[in-house]
Every structure is written in C-alpha cells, then in structure tokens.
Design a protein around this ligand. Structure first.
Ligand code: IPE
Ligand code: IPE
Ligand code: MG
Length: 237
C-alpha cells in the first residue's frame, strides 16, 4: 500500500453555477472562486502536501464570451497582485504550467517575475495551470524530443517515459496522487493528462466557491482510506 500524498491537483469548477443558484451573474462566481484559492493553498500546506496544481484557465476557455474571458484575465491580475498572495509567496513557490503567450502582457510579466522571485522558496509548490491543455503539454514535450533527436542529443531508442516526462512543464513536479474536481462533472477536461495515469480521482458536487477547509479534509480522508495498486495485486488478494 502506498498512500503518500505529495501532489494534489484540483479542477476548480462550478463558479458559474454557484453564481446562478445564488441569483448572481457568472462573474460574481468567479470572484468568489478566486477568494477561495488562498484558503485552499493554506489548508493544503497545513496538511503537509508538497505540490498543489490548480486549473485556472484551460486552452479551451478562450472559447467563452469575450467579456467573460476579459473578466477572468482581470481577476488573474488582481489575484497575483494581491497583498495576501504576495505574503504567502514569501514561503511558497509559484510555478506555471501552460503558455503565458496570449495572457495580457502586464499580467504575464508579473507572473514571470513571481516565478523567478520564489524559485528558491521551500514551502508549497503552487503550480498554476494557465492557458493550459494536457494535450498541448504532451505536444510541447514531443517537439522538444524531436528537436533533441535532430540535434543528435537523443536516439529514438532512448525515448522513454522518463525522457518525455523530463520535457513536460515543470518536470520536477511528480505525478498527481490525488485529483479533485468540484462542480460534479465526471470528466478531465484536458487537465494534466500525462501526470494522472494512476491518480486517485475525487469528484464532488460542491461548487468551487463552497469547497473550503472542511470539504478538503473530507476529500483527503477519503484518499487516505484508499488502496493504490498501480496494476499490481493489493494487500489480501
Ligand atoms: C470554473 O468555473 C472556472 C473556470 C473555468 C475559469 P466555471 O466558469 O466553469 O463554472 P461552471 O462550470 O460554468 O459552473
Ligand atoms: C475546467 O472547467 C477548466 C477549469 C476549471 C479552469 P471547464 O468548465 O472549462 O470544463 P468543461 O467545459 O465543463 O469540460
Ligand atoms: Mg465549468
């Protein structure tokens, strides 16, 4: 049995539906959702987890109405400029998975600076998936392998899972142990395809703005009660 939990990932879904049930417009749901991110960062760290990946904006989210996309970009800027986040980044490290091209330049620069400034921090590694797609990540890694082969740095026979992993975004981040999706939909929505091969999945109907310390604790208790087998025979079989 191997139930260590180093890497927690969350598909933070349900902001729009949360707003609708409370009689608000979607943007209010996004605003509440962002407020919740810091709570969950603190809680995750207090549970001794090393890596937290958060799905903030997918490569497909550009398909949403222009106004909604602009508001999400505005919120992202507010979030990464907020005093409380900057305070928490005195101990935690920020990294990004995805492509910052396409994100407003001013915001992208602030994010790049925070990534550089926090790279030696020893707290939680907060991996924000921004303009992120799981297939895109695999294509990026495949391109890097092809280039290395062309440059004579690697032979086709030397292309292993490790060689591909080493060319994904933030290769130092391990596989995902536990993936939580809020909002109740039973799908992956192009998140972290490479790193979820043997992740434990947890889908809760709770909408993201309502997913607080208590709900996280419940999810973690569920994780720790499971037996991970990775295709082998488990205990007592
Ligand atoms: C998740 O909430 C936030 C982002 C995708 C940026 P949604 O906006 O998808 O909320 P629902 O799923 O429509 O309720
Ligand atoms: C996944 O949620 C993306 C984020 C949470 C950022 P979506 O709301 O975009 O996913 P679908 O469209 O329901 O699959
Ligand atoms: Mg959604």
């Amino acid at each position: 049995m191997n139930n260590g939990l180093r890497h927690l990932a969350i598909i933070m879904d349900g902001n729009g539906r949360w707003a609708k049930t409370h009689g608000y417009i979607r943007s209010i749901g996004h605003r509440e959702g962002v407020k919740n991110v810091e709570t969950i960062i603190d809680e995750t760290y207090s549970h001794g987890i090393e890596f937290l990946s958060l799905y903030a904006f997918s490569t497909e989210n550009w398909l949403r109405p222009k106004d909604e996309v602009s508001y999400l970009m505005e919120l992202m800027d507010k979030f990464i400029s907020s005093k409380s986040l900057l305070k928490s980044l005195k101990i935690h490290r920020l990294v990004v998975s995805g492509c910052l091209e396409g994100i407003p330049a001013n915001t992208a620069n602030k994010i790049t600076n925070l990534v550089a400034q926090t790279q030696n921090n020893k707290g939680l590694v907060i991996n924000m998936a921004i303009n992120y797609g799981g297939r895109d990540e695999i294509v990026v890694a495949a391109k890097a392998l092809a280039q290395d082969a062309l440059d004579g740095k690697i032979l086709p026979d030397e292309i292993t899972e490790t060689a591909l992993h080493d060319r994904t975004y933030n290769a130092f981040i391990p596989n995902i142990d536990f993936l939580i999706r809020t909002g109740g939909d039973h799908r992956i929505s192009n998140f972290m395809l490479w790193r979820i091969a043997y992740s434990e999945l947890y889908i809760t109907p709770t909408m993201w703005p309502d997913f607080k310390a208590k709900q996280l604790k419940q999810a973690l208790d569920d994780y720790y009660s499971r037996e991970r087998r990775y295709g082998a025979l488990g205990a007592g079989r």
